[in-house]
Write a protein that binds this ligand. Structure first.
Ligand code: PNS
Length: 188
């Protein structure tokens, strides 16, 4: 029987606990899972592609069937070049669905033999997005509940070196909780 290869494409800027949860789940159902970081020169990012690749490699070193790569161009072309049969994407809430459905159907149009597989991260990660992590970390807020320790350190270093990590005043604006933390946005 042929090996089932899946790619998990995304920006991962930075990788979050939600991404890691999805990688763990994907690694259990596919023979090989390739975490594929999009090289997108048109989009400004906090971490370089090389930094993101290194971080995800460190975080996934315990998985024998997971590797990390970068790609540019169409996801379907990259998947085909690897003989992958599936694209793994995470759906956190119904608000993700519309965007993900459109992308999955467009990818199917482009490459009918490629299946998109949606998985849900653990519900306690469902409010986490890279965009919010960047925003909170950039304002000196706590992100320890949202990203692995390694990423928290890298975020601190990044904002410190940019001279951009202000001290937050008192506890009112703590980690996202309740309604505020559940804000749904397009994935990033
Ligand atoms: O983590 P993100 O930013 O939501 O990931 C989006 C990503 C990288 C999966 C998507 O933008 C993508 O597939 N880009 C590659 C270009 C492409 O194939 N575009 C057509 C998608 S239907």
């Amino acid at each position: 029987m042929s090996r089932k290869i899946a790619i998990y494409p995304g920006s991962f800027d930075p990788p979050t606990k939600g991404h890691l949860d999805l990688i763990a789940r994907g690694s259990r159902i596919f023979d090989e899972l390739v975490v594929a970081i999009l090289r997108n020169p048109e989009k400004t990012s906090l971490f370089t592609v090389a930094e993101r690749k290194e971080m995800i490699e460190l975080l996934t070193s315990g998985y024998k069937n997971v590797r990390v790569d970068t790609f540019e161009g169409l996801t379907v072309d990259y998947a085909t070049s690897l003989r992958a049969t599936a694209v793994l994407r995470g759906i956190r809430a119904i608000s993700d669905y519309e965007y993900e459905l459109q992308m999955a159907l467009m990818n199917r149009k482009l490459q009918p033999s490629l299946e998109t597989v949606f998985m849900m991260p653990a519900e306690h990660y469902s409010y986490i997005s890279s965009r919010l992590v960047r925003e909170i970390a950039g304002m000196g807020g706590p992100v320890g509940a949202l990203v692995p320790g390694l990423i928290e350190q890298r975020l601190r270093a990044k904002f410190k070196s940019a001279g951009d990590f202000p001290k937050r005043s008192t506890s009112k604006a703590s980690a996202p909780q309740g309604k505020r933390g559940k804000t749904r946005t397009k994935k990033s």
